[in-house]
Design a protein around this ligand. Structure first.
Ligand code: PEP
Ligand code: MG
Length: 573
């Protein structure tokens, strides 16, 4: 009978295929295993560890040759784990005690995994999955078991957790989708699926047990819906959606290398919003991002028990800058507070956190947090084109203070003999009404503006961005918001600095046309939105966009503006 489950959609797209449950019941095979004497079992542990290390080294080579550097990195980490002398010594000792090579390896990997699981940092906690994965691999080697048996047809991989080595070794064409019981969006299985744009739903929990291997499934990676044994009618409807999805995919792929250029030759830069340096590669090569317009660096500070040090930040920024391949990478300084709390900062409880101690306000008060970040960004600038962007600016003295801190950072870096760049641009987010109104002043003191509509709308309209009771009022096309945006772009152009937008509004194709007509230089958005925006820009002319802008700026109601833009541009998509 057909049933519907719901998880959390993390990678958009519809997939229809049979389920392949990946949890291999190792216990069943271990129960059938006949161990030899202690010496023989120790020998088997050592041999299997060596063989797995060789296989992983081979995997790393193949993945690197295929340019799948993220997966290669994960497999290399597994190779290091399996060759860790502590793991081998522990497994060997246990083989002596337990007189069973597979049980010894499982016990040793379980001990290491438990150690990681008790760590406060969620990154390290999630590495417990990798350690168990490595342990099971060695056990399968001892037992002579093969990996999952995938037939000709693509499948939806299902498991509470899917071992990174398993997913990394299945060719993309054979994976229609991924379905996980656990809810993390930063586990390696999700990271790999994201890099390959495979529709993924997580957080099914125990409901996953309702799915048996071979069951027909439909998953929607956007809504998180999962249909088990879908009806004929549902299948027909979803197949139609897949056809459209494939048509769009092929069409968007053709757009990847083309510029976002109007029919009369006006170009706009389309760049990506990212949360980690790991997102850059897919954004640039998969979706044609021409660099990064917003690196939300606060994600490096979250899920940890203390702030990341200068070195760790430097490595992350350097990698992001390098992967932009000569295009600009805009790193926003930590934007904690509001809806992004950070326990170790001990921010006292605030009645209005969005109006409280957040972002630059924290940085200017906590030099111990801010100075390492400034130094790390200046150092990363040596490896490409980098920019530093300040969030939540409301007065000029904040920019002046940051400039002073940048100078101090350079003195420190010189003393420490660390190379840094003198050409890192300094810009501000225009996300408060004060910054937008004062944009003619700010424009004389910074290299660029990036309009953060997510906050600008909430502060201009007095509408909490996360309060669903008032979400009907949250509107980028409110004429008050549009006036502030236009003022900001005008100020930038008059003062010969560039203006971009990194708020969600930039990913709406109709809004993008309007912003282009206002004279915006760059639009930054989540990478999968880039092709949709590019497509419309390539179909309009600057002349008609400017006409539409004139009309919009004379209109009095957001609803009329949206209807007008929709009618004028939507059928062009
Ligand atoms: C914004 O406010 O528009 C923005 C891009 O920043 P965030 O959503 O991270 O607050
Ligand atoms: Mg913001």
């Amino acid at each position: 009978m057909s049933s519907k489950l719901r998880g959390k959609g993390v990678i958009a797209g519809i997939a229809i295929a049979k389920a392949l449950i990946l949890e291999q019941d190792l216990e069943k095979y271990i129960a059938l295993y006949t161990p030899g004497n202690a010496e023989a079992e120790i020998g088997k542990v050592k041999k299997a560890i060596g063989e797995v290390a060789d296989i992983l080294a081979e995997n790393v080579k193949t993945l690197t040759d295929k340019n799948m550097s993220e997966q290669a990195g994960i497999m290399e980490a597994h190779r290091v784990m399996v060759q860790d002398p502590m793991f081998e010594d522990n497994a060997v000792a246990k083989a002596g005690e337990l007189k069973s090579a597979p049980r010894a390896v499982l016990a040793a990997s379980e001990e290491s995994a438990a150690m990681f699981e008790n760590m406060e940092d969620s990154y390290f906690r999630e590495r417990a999955v990798d350690i168990r994965d490595v342990g099971k691999r060695v056990v399968r080697q001892i037992l002579g078991l093969k990996g999952p048996d995938i037939g000709e047809e693509p499948v939806i991989l299902c498991g509470h957790e899917i071992e990174p080595s398993v997913i990394a070794n299945i060719p993309t064409e054979q994976i229609a989708g991924v379905l996980l019981g656990q809810g993390s969006t930063t586990c390696h299985a999700v990271i790999i699926a994201k890099a390959r744009a495979i529709p993924t739903v997580v957080g099914l929990g125990d409901k996953l047990k309702e799915i048996k291997s071979g069951a027909s499934l439909v998953i929607n990676g956007e809504t998180g819906e999962v249909y088990v044994a879908p009806t004929e009618q549902q299948l027909i409807a979803f197949n139609e959606q897949i056809k459209e999805q494939n048509r769009l995919k092929a069409h968007y792929a053709e757009l990847t290398s083309l510029p976002a250029e109007t029919t009369d030759g006006h170009k706009v830069m389309l760049v990506a919003n990212i949360s980690t340096h790991l997102d850059v590669e897919a954004a640039v090569s998969g979706f044609g991002a021409e660099g990064v317009g917003l690196f939300r660096s606060e994600f490096l500070f979250m899920g940890r028990s203390e702030a990341p040090d200068e070195e760790m930040q430097f490595q992350a920024y350097k990698e992001a800058v390098e992967k932009c391949k000569g295009q600009l990478c805009v790193i926003r300084t930590m934007d904690i507070g509001g809806d992004k709390p950070l326990p170790y900062l001990n921010i006292p409880k605030e009645d209005n956190p969005f109006l409280g101690w957040r972002a630059l306000r924290i940085c200017l008060a906590r030099r111990d947090i801010f100075m390492p970040q400034v130094k790390a960004i200046l150092r990363a600038g040596v490896y490409g084109k980098a920019a530093m962007m300040l969030p939540m600016v409301i007065r000029l003295s904040e920019v002046d203070k940051v400039k002073q801190i940048i100078e101090e950072a350079k003195v420190l870096l010189t003393q420490e003999n660390k190379p840094y760049s003198n050409s890192v641009q300094l810009g501000i987010m225009v996300e408060t009404p004060a910054a937008a109104v004062m944009s003619p002043i700010f424009a004389k003191h910074v290299d660029f503006f990036s309009i953060g509509t997510n906050d600008l709308i909430q502060y201009t309209l007095a509408v909490d961005r996360v309060n669903s009771n008032v979400s009907y009022l949250y509107d980028p096309f409110n004429p008050g918001v549009l006036a502030l945006i236009k003022r900001t772009i005008d100020s930038a152009n008059k003062n010969k600095i560039w203006a971009g937008m990194c708020g969600e509004m930039a990913s709406d194709p109709c809004a993008a046309v309007l912003l282009m007509a206002m004279g915006i230089t760059e639009l930054s958005m989540s990478a999968p939105s880039i092709p949709r925006v590019k497509e419309l820009i390539r179909k309009v002319s600057m002349v008609e966009a400017k006409k539409a802008l004139d009309k919009v700026m004379s209109m009095e109601h957001a609803a009329d503006i949206k209807e007008y833009l929709h009618e004028k541009f939507n059928d062009k998509k």
